[in-house]
Design a binder for this molecule. Structure first.
Ligand SMILES: N[C@@H](CCC(=O)N[C@@H](CS)C(=O)NCC(=O)O)C(=O)O
Length: 102
């Protein structure tokens, strides 16, 4: 397992785009600090850092990176050795969380 101290991942429960990132992390045995935006001040904190509440968002050394595909592209660069691709084929490509759509 590799833990990255410079990365924080903001997530939303039930978000399929967050699930993609989660799968990629697990597949490659990577760990980052995880923050659910439904908890505490995480939502406000994310907006303060990145300007929007969209999840997933990876904070890299204090800078926000949105978009699951871009996050996974970035994480690929942090894998030591061979990158293991995760299967996302069963995940929906739309947000099912009504709260997040507003
Ligand atoms: N294209 C984006 C879609 C992300 C997305 O739509 N996330 C939803 C949660 S399922 C969200 O955060 N919506 C709230 C918002 O965009 O403000 C990705 O791949 O990361």
């Amino acid at each position: 397992m590799t833990m990255f101290d410079d990365l924080i991942l903001y997530e939303l429960p039930g978000c399929p785009f967050c699930a993609k990132v989660d799968r990629f992390l697990k597949e490659n045995d990577l760990e980052v600090e995880r923050r659910m935006i439904t908890e505490g001040t995480n939502r406000e904190d994310l907006i303060a850092i990145g300007g929007k509440k969209q999840c997933p968002c990876l904070i890299i050394d204090g800078k926000a990176l949105y978009e699951s595909d871009d996050i996974i592209d970035y994480l690929r660069t942090r894998v030591e050795g061979e990158v293991k691709e995760a299967d996302f084929s069963d995940l929906k490509n739309a947000c099912p969380v009504p709260w997040a759509q507003g």
